[in-house]
Design a binder for this molecule. Structure first.
Ligand code: HEC
Length: 138
C-alpha cells in the first residue's frame, strides 16, 4: 500500500506542469518540454494522403538535408556536421517515441537540431510526424 501511494505521488509530481505556458512566438529551445507532457499530446491529424503530401513537402525542404531524402539519416548537412542519425526506414528507430514526443522534437528541436515552432504551423508539424512515420512502411 505504501509503495502504491508513493508511486502515485511520483506520478503526480511528474504530471504537474513545471513551466508556465509559453508565448506563441517561443524560440526553439532544446528539450524545453518535459517528455511526459509531450508524450500525452494526441495527434489530431489523420495520416491521409493529403497530410502525407504536405508532410513530405515540408520534410523535403526542412529535414532532408540532415535526415536524408529517404529518412536514412545521411543528408548532406548531416555528413558535413558529422551527425550520427537514426534510419527512419527502420521501424525500430521511432517505435519508442509517441507522436506527441516526435511533434515536440520537431517544434522545439533537440541537441544540434533546431526547432520549427514559429516557422511551421502546428498542423504542418503533425503532417511531418505522419510523414516520417510512413517512411518505415515502404
Ligand atoms: C541540422 C540537422 C537537422 C535538421 C535540419 C533536422 N534534424 Fe532532426 N535531428 C537531428 C539530430 C542531430 C538529432 C538527434 C538529436 C539528439 O538526440 O541529440 C535529431 C533528432 C530528431 C528526432 C528524434 C528521433 C531521433 O532520430 O533521434 C526526430 C523525430 C527528428 N529529428 C525529426 C526531424 C524533422 C521532422 C526535421 C524537419 C522538420 C528535422 N528533424 C530536422 C538533426 C537535424
Amino acid at each position: 500500500m505504501k509503495l502504491i501511494l508513493s508511486f502515485l505521488f511520483l506520478l503526480l509530481l511528474h504530471a504537474s506542469p513545471q513551466e508556465p505556458s509559453k508565448p506563441a512566438d517561443d524560440k526553439p529551445a532544446a528539450d524545453s518540454k518535459s517528455s511526459s507532457e509531450a508524450a500525452k499530446l494526441v495527434n489530431p491529424v489523420k495520416p491521409t494522403p493529403n497530410s502525407l503530401a504536405i508532410g513530405k513537402k515540408a520534410y523535403t525542404s526542412d529535414c532532408a538535408m540532415c535526415h536524408g531524402k529517404d529518412g536514412a539519416g545521411a543528408g548532406e548537412l548531416a555528413v558535413t556536421m558529422n551527425l550520427k542519425l537514426r534510419d527512419y526506414r527502420d521501424p525500430a528507430s521511432l517505435k519508442d517515441l509517441t507522436d506527441g514526443e516526435i511533434y515536440s522534437i520537431i517544434a522545439d528541436g533537440k541537441g544540434q537540431m533546431t526547432g520549427e515552432a514559429g516557422r511551421m504551423k502546428p498542423g504542418q508539424m503533425w503532417d511531418v510526424v505522419n510523414y516520417i512515420r510512413s517512411l518505415s512502411k515502404k
